[in-house]
Design a protein around this ligand. Structure first.
Ligand SMILES: NC(=O)C1=CN([C@@H]2O[C@H](COP(=O)(O)OP(=O)(O)OC[C@H]3O[C@@H](n4cnc5c(N)ncnc54)[C@H](O)[C@@H]3O)[C@@H](O)[C@H]2O)C=CC1
Ligand SMILES: N[C@@H](CC=O)C(=O)O
Ligand code: NA
Length: 436
């Protein structure tokens, strides 16, 4: 039997995920070596502070503050520092010095993915990133490999655990956004600065990665239409609950025919939406993630589990590591990124979906007819209308559910409603996703 030399692994960053990757590598190195067919050696861990407290007890002699020297001579570099720089510089250095790279850095991939994949392609290096989307849940490999012979039509994902926890808590306890966020912070789900989560930036980065992969097209995070959950109120969540929906922050990536030209394009967007309680995504509770994929031949598939957490995410990192290390043993080219389709990214105005519009109106004869006319004038068809009258104020609340309508038509309907003398205010507009 051939004896292979040890595969040299350099780790950059020993925070929540990195420290667990190092611990598991050291504890299960022998078992991983059997799966790989060669020994695997953690040659060092680049950290910023040699004396920082870690989530795992790791040998101090592995730590170094000199990432550049560590990268030189490594076969595989695992980048778990996060952020853009110097992570980008280190990943490029690794690729150009002949190493393969594993990263969980969605921010880096969603902004500089094209540059990094091109650099890897040029030298035949692997760049793997299962941890970057939905943590431990296998979704990158299924899209890249298992579904490579199919045609992905649509992805609906709950890809941010913090916001799912917050929205779930608002739904199950009636809490306000502020109170639910405070609980998420107490439990350690939300960051000290939760802007990336509640503003939808984290989900938009993941949507960019998923859309790029699913549609063989480069999509960057800043091209993804993004609405966070900061405007979601306890009233909206309660009203959704009464109507049989739950509010979820969704990342949606789909193939669309451009309504203006008929040409095929891609939509990638993140927003809070109403999901019917009967839809599998409605059952995703707490900080869990789930990604619902619709493929032409496979039909609907759902991937569910822990979308974050140090040790859980370390599982995805080690899966990539083992797959890459096996290639070192077996040889041959790995999987490269595919962007051959190069489809245009369509703006939000071109999408079609269903909507729920809540209006505060004066309670007097003719109001319903006036409101119905506004919808009809813009070509938006009303599916259902619910009215609640507040006798003491002479006001009524109308909740109007539409059939599928064009986003641009809905936007002009809402603008006209806001100007109508019978409408006191447009209290809420939410899209409905996943309904039959
Ligand atoms: N924590 C999670 O649940 C998940 C994290 N990820 C991604 O994994 C990556 C790591 O995340 P975490 O471990 O949670 O972050 P973290 O903030 O806990 O750890 C990052 C570590 O890298 C170190 N670091 C930063 N710059 C450095 C530099 N220039 N040189 C050496 N060390 C440096 C920091 O001091 C810190 O210890 C990020 O890209 C994150 O987006 C992905 C999925 C889930
Ligand atoms: N902040 C993210 C962590 C994982 O990507 C989340 O809440 O999902
Ligand atoms: Na994953």
């Amino acid at each position: 039997m051939i004896e292979y030399r040890a595969i040299r692994v350099a780790l950059l960053g020993a925070g929540s995920v990195g420290s667990q990757v190092a611990r598991l590598l050291l504890e299960h190195g022998d078992e991983l070596a059997k799966r790989i067919g060669a020994p695997i050696e953690l040659v060092g861990i680049a950290v910023r502070d040699l004396d920082a407290k870690r989530d795992a007890d790791l040998p101090r002699e592995l730590f170094t503050t000199d990432a550049h020297s560590l990268i030189v001579g490594a076969d595989i570099v695992i980048e778990l520092m996060g952020g853009i720089e110097p992570a980008r510089e280190y990943v490029l250095q690794a690729i150009n010095s002949g190493a393969d790279v594993v990263t969980g850095n969605k921010a880096l991939l969603a902004s500089h993915g094209a540059e990094l994949f091109a650099a890897a392609e040029q030298v035949g290096a692997q760049l793997s990133y299962e941890a970057a989307v939905a943590g431990a849940i296998p979704i990158i490999r299924p899209l890249r490999e298992s579904l490579a012979g199919d045609r992905v039509e649509r992805i609906l994902g709950i890809v941010n655990g913090t916001t799912n926890f917050i929205l779930d808590r608002m739904d199950s306890t009636g809490a306000s956004l502020e109170d639910a966020l405070a609980t998420a912070t107490e439990l350690g789900y939300a960051e000290a600065d939760p802007t990336a989560d509640i503003g939808g930036y984290d989900a938009a980065q993941k949507a960019a990665i998923l859309a790029s992969l699913a549609f063989h097209t480069t999509v960057s995070a800043d091209a993804v239409h993004r609405e966070g959950i900061t405007g979601v109120t306890a009233e909206q969540v309660e009203s959704a609950r009464r109507a049989g929906y739950v509010v979820k922050l969704l990342a949606i990536c789909e193939r669309l025919a451009d309504p203006e030209t008929g040409a095929e394009g891609v939509s990638a967007r993140v927003y809070p939406a109403l999901v019917p309680r009967s839809h599998p995504l409605a059952a995703v509770r707490g900080a869990n993630n789930a990604v619902f994929v619709e493929a032409a031949a496979a039909g609907p598939l759902m991937f569910y589990g822990a979308g974050a957490g140090g040790v859980q995410t370390a599982s995805a990192v080690l899966g990539d590591l083992v797959a890459i290390a096996r290639r070192h043993v077996i040889g041959g080219p790995g999987t490269s990124e595919s962007t051959h389709a190069d489809l245009p990214l369509l703006p939000i105005g071109r999408i079609t979906t269903r909507y729920s519009v809540t209006l505060e109106v004066t309670d007097e004869p003719g109001v319903l007819e006036t409101v119905a006319h506004v919808f009809a004038d813009h070509g938006v068809s009303v599916e259902q209308l619910q009215q609640t009258v507040e006798a003491s104020t002479g006001r009524a609340t109308l909740v109007i559910g539409t059939h599928e309508a064009a986003e641009a038509a809905l936007a002009s309907t809402v603008a006209s409603l806001a100007e109508s003398p019978v409408v006191a205010s447009v209290a809420s507009v939410l899209r409905i996703e996943g309904a039959e």
